[in-house]
Structure formats: C-alpha cells, structure tokens
Design a protein around this ligand. Structure first.
Ligand code: PAF
Length: 273
C-alpha cells in the first residue's frame, strides 16, 4: 500500500492510470462500516484509494473537531489488511487555502434534518467531497447509507455539476445489538450505549408497523417518538428518496431517518424501504 500526503503527488501518481478506480473517502477511526465500503470498492475496481481527512469545514464552532477520534496507525493497518492500494492522508493546508471558492449545500435539502441543527455542515461536506473527487478522479465513490442525507446531497452535487463519477451507497453495518456503527460510538459510556439502542429500536418499530400494513407517516412517527423517549430528538422523519415529505409510506421509495442525542453525542440512523 502506498501512502500519499499531498493532492499534487496523488494527481501525478494517477495521471496515466487508465483503469477503474474505486474511492472511499473517510475521516478515519475506521470500523467495520468503512471496511465494508473498502470491500465493495475492491470487488468492482482495479485500484482502491482511501482518504483519511478530518475535514474542518464540516464541523461547526463548538463541535468535536478537536476531540474527533484519530487512530492513524490502526487505520493504516486496517487499510493495508483490507487490500487498499493507495491511502491518501493529506493535511488541511494542502486541501484548503485562505481565500476559497464556495460550494454551498442547496437551500432546501441541505438545511433540513441534520442540516437544520448543523447549519453549514453539508456545505463543508460537499466542498471537501468535490475536492477529493477532483483529486482522485475515481470511477466509483463509496458512501455509507447511514449518512443518508450526506449521500443524497453528494449524489445531487455529482448530477448537477455533471461530474464523471458513480456514487455508490452501501448498506449500514450494525453491531449485533442493532446499533449502527459510527466512529462517534467511542464517545458513549456503557449507560449511553444502552440508551442509544432506542434509536435502532425506533426504526424496528416503524418497520414492524409497515409490515402490518400501517402506512400513515404521522402514526408511525408518533410510535417512534415514544420508543425514543426520553432522548433529545433532533428529528424523526419519513421521506421519499428525493427527500420530500410524504403522507404515506411507499415501499421502494421511502427512507425513515432519526437523529437523537445520547449523552453528549449526536447519533443518526435510518432505514430504506
Ligand atoms: O462521512 C464522512 O466520513 C465524511 O463526511 C466525508 C464524506 C469523508 C467527508 O469528509
């Protein structure tokens, strides 16, 4: 595995590479969810590139940028063992300059749900993803479905900017008790971890109701909120795959999303139906 730390060096290295490239952008602290993304990239491409970059522009003031888990050595090992060809490990000064051209999240889809409670977050995500995609120029780029709104916005950006990359959404990986894997799970105390299960349980409740032919969104959300009680809920929403509000669940075109605070940690999860 080759480790490259500047955009110029990586672009130069890939310049004459005419085969398929699978790209997995990450912020490190890699877990089984990331390994699944890497495996998917490995299956479908000749070269696999992973980036590890804790992107400062997607953190709001007062968020966990400084304490975001960093596990550089363990991450390198994981990448090596997972068959990554190139690990891109830039620092912020090689990605950002003082006077930046702005990429802004769309006014509606970028500022609802997580974008509402974290205004500006998705502009930071889209900016860095645009930069990373331009540096790597991959055939396919892989993102977890757990970050459903992020995935939706990245796919929208790629479409609206006529970019030549296929965005692949990969299913969420869960612990055996149902908790969706996230780098931020390390913040949870034993008590928090138990409480956090309310999030996946609320989604299971919704799935069970839908299996029993309940399709009314208001009724499903009401039950979900009860399961989540007493967690601080940022949102519980049922949307179509264009992220529009719906009144009734439509199988094949519905995503149910939850974000709640457990201890001091915001956790999100969703299911696609
Ligand atoms: O999902 C993440 O880890 C980040 O938001 C991403 C896509 C790597 C951009 O920094």
């Amino acid at each position: 595995m080759k480790i490259i730390s500047t955009p110029i060096e990586l672009k130069e290295y890939l310049k004459n590479f005419n085969k398929t490239i699978g790209f997995v952008p990450t912020m490190g602290a890699l877990h089984e969810g990331h390994i699944t993304l890497i495996k998917e990239a490995r299956k479908a491409n000749e070269l696999v590139v992973v980036s590890i970059f804790v992107n400062p522009t997607q953190f709001l003031k007062g968020e966990d940028l400084d304490k975001y888990p960093r596990k550089d050595e363990a991450d390198k090992k994981i990448c090596e063992l997972s068959g990554v060809d190139i690990l891109f490990f830039p620092d912020a000064s090689s990605i950002y300059s003082k006077d930046e051209v702005s990429i802004l999240a769309p006014n509606v889809r970028g500022f609802v749900l997580e974008g509402f409670s974290r205004p500006g977050h998705f502009s930071g995500v889209l900016t860095v993803v645009m930069k990373l995609l331009n540096i790597v120029n991959p055939t396919k780029a892989y993102f977890g479905k757990k970050d459903a709104q992020q995935l939706n916005l990245i796919a929208l950006m790629v479409k609206q900017y006529f970019m030549n990359v296929e965005i692949v959404g990969v299913d969420t990986v869960r612990d055996s008790d149902g908790l969706a894997l996230s780098s931020r799970n390390v913040y949870l105390s034993t008590k928090d971890r138990k409480e956090a299960l309310k999030i996946s349980s609320s989604l299971q409740t919704a799935a069970k109701m839908i299996l029993k032919d309940v399709v009314n969104v208001e009724n499903i959300i009401k039950e979900m909120r009860e399961v989540l009680n007493p967690l601080e809920i940022f949102y519980v929403e049922i949307l179509n795959l264009d992220f529009e509000i719906i009144k009734e669940v439509e199988l094949g075109n519905t995503v149910i999303l939850v974000e709640a605070k457990v201890g001091d940690t915001r956790l999100l999860d969703n299911i696609w139906l």
